[in-house]
Ligand binder design. Structure first.
Ligand code: FAD
Length: 483
């Protein structure tokens, strides 16, 4: 009887279009599927509260899907290298297959795993598939990694969907020997505040099946209008696939192939499909940046920003985190985040800009809060986007471009539907005043039952003054910085 293989699940919690899993199953040998929870490996970037909630349910779904195909999922907590080595020795496996991760700490860990297991005669085979293109495969004409999105996009487009997504393996044979497994309950991934996770449960169905439901709903209901509605937070205009993509419950190749197939049948969806694929390429861009610049989550991509005069302001940070800045669009976004673990992209940009520009708080504080509260918290996307907003990232928005949270609100939520949904205390205000309640006359506030300072805060900073302060800080810094 041939030796079994270990399939080590990483951020690829799916059975379909999983090149590493398909290759393992195609050997015809028994495959022991293993997931290791290794909290010590990622340094400061251990999964946040919302991510851990997601992981619990995603693994439960994966275990059930494997069982439906004759397989099983072994759960172990601890150091990845030691744990995989012990399981391999226990079942006599001579190979470990895995879908690679792209975070620098994870890539280093996979290198160590390979080294350690090879000493015991166990081969480690790493496959891609988490991105549209592997980071080593796209380079500028000079052979360097791209730092600007548009040429990256142009370079990557011809390479997309060269291969069709792979099907789900029909059957997974398990090794004869018994292997101990933890239970998900042992891991206590679910938060201690059940009220909080209630909002997450109402909104999401983690797992591969949930990912496909989202993709089909998006392709049917929103794809044709994606270009027009993707910036309107009150509408279900985007796919909300980000947590599913983060956990690898669906691959970007599957998403791109599916929307292009729909567009091939419906000419009205062609622009929407390409605009959506462009967003998937932004995801690749962030991952490639992180891969080539491991300091991205902690340090500015443009090192000169290391001396930028950020402020420490715990009270303002708390107001921002809790949706109490007095700027309705920022507060609505922060409350959507707390309640559902997700925030619309347009609102993420406005809320992030408010933190780093109106409040001059370092982007890393916002990144940390998002890390803990987003179900799609992703080291590459989070870091790259925070740096983009702060002006210190690759191909970033210039620092002096400062979003006005009131005009953004009037433009992208013109009838106030998004604000009313997340700020029910302001719901009775006429739309004109909803975007800037502090300017409403006392009788209008009275009639809407709003006492500013009691039911809803006054703005914690004045927009014009905060803008002037940010621009002055930028000008001083630019004048004084070395070189
Ligand atoms: P869609 O519009 O349907 O896009 C499809 C997919 O493309 C997304 O699921 C996502 O995987 C990818 N994508 C879309 N926009 C971006 C982008 N700007 N950068 C990289 N990939 C993108 N996204 C995360 O997945 N995780 C994060 O931790 C994260 N942090 C962010 C922090 C800030 C400050 C900002 C401004 C944006 C952040 N984003 C992050 C990017 C973006 O907001 C989300 O990916 C998007 O809102 C997810 O919604 P969706 O799935 O409906 O997107």
């Amino acid at each position: 009887m041939s030796a079994p293989i270990i399939y080590l699940f990483r951020r690829d919690l799916r059975l379909a279009d999983n090149p590493a899993l398909s290759a393992a199953v195609a050997t015809g040998r028994p495959v022991e599927c293993l997931f290791v929870l290794d909290d010590g490996a990622s340094g400061p970037w251990k999964g946040g509260g919302a991510s851990r909630w997601w992981l619990h349910y995603s693994l439960a779904g994966l275990a059930a899907a494997l069982e439906g195909r004759g397989g099983r999922l072994i759960l172990r907590r601890g150091d990845t290298e030691k744990t995989v080595a012990a399981v391999a020795a226990g079942i006599g496996a001579d190979a470990v297959y895995l879908g690679r991760r792209y975070e620098p700490w994870a890539a280093a860990q996979e290198g160590r795993l390979q080294e350690r297991l090879s000493q015991n005669g166990v081969a480690v085979r790493r496959f891609g598939g988490g991105l549209l293109c592997e980071p080593e495969s796209v380079r500028t004409g000079q052979g360097t990694p791209f730092k600007v999105f548009t040429p990256f996009y142009r370079a990557i487009l011809p390479l997309l969907c060269a291969q069709a997504p792979l099907p789900t393996p029909v059957k997974v044979l398990v090794p004869a020997s018994a292997v101990d497994t933890d239970t998900l309950e042992d891991w206590r991934l679910l938060p201690r505040q059940p009220d909080w996770s209630g909002g997450l449960r109402d909104h999401w169905t983690p797992g591969e099946a949930g990912a496909w439901q989202r993709l089909e709903r998006f392709a049917t209901n929103a794809l044709a209008d994606y270009g027009a509605l993707r910036d309107v937070p009150a509408r279900d205009g985007t796919s909300e696939l980000s947590p599913h993509l983060h956990f690898g419950e669906i691959s970007p190749r599957q998403c791109a192939a599916r929307v292009r197939a729909v567009a091939a049948q419906q000419s009205a969806a062609v622009d929407g499909a390409e605009s959506f694929v462009r967003q998937l390429v932004w995801r690749d861009f962030s991952h490639h940046l992180l891969f080539h610049t491991p300091s991205l989550p902690e340090a500015p991509f443009r090192p000169d920003y290391g001396t930028f005069p950020w402020r420490d302001d715990a009270a303002a940070l708390r107001a921002w985190q809790t949706g109490a800045t007095g700027y309705p669009l920022v507060d609505a976004g922060m409350r959507q985040l707390w309640r559902t673990g997700w925030m619309h992209n347009r609102v993420r940009m406005v809320a992030a800009s408010f933190l780093v520009k109106h409040l001059l708080i370092p982007w890393q504080r916002g990144e940390e809060w998002f890390w803990d509260t987003l179900v799609d918290a992703d080291l590459a996307n989070n870091a790259a986007n925070w740096q983009w907003v702060a002006g210190c990232g690759a191909d970033a928005a210039p620092y002096f471009r400062i979003f006005n949270p009131v005009t953004q609100s009037e433009k992208f939520d013109p009838d106030g539907a998004y604000l009313r949904r997340w700020l029910p205390e302001l719901a009775e205000l006429p739309t004109k005043h909803l975007h800037r309640p502090w300017q409403a006359a006392p009788e209008i506030l009275n009639r809407a039952g709003v006492a500013l300072g009691r039911d809803y805060p006054m703005p914690i900073v004045d927009h014009a003054a905060a803008r002037a302060r940010a621009l002055a800080a930028f000008a001083d810094w630019r004048r004084d910085r070395p070189g």
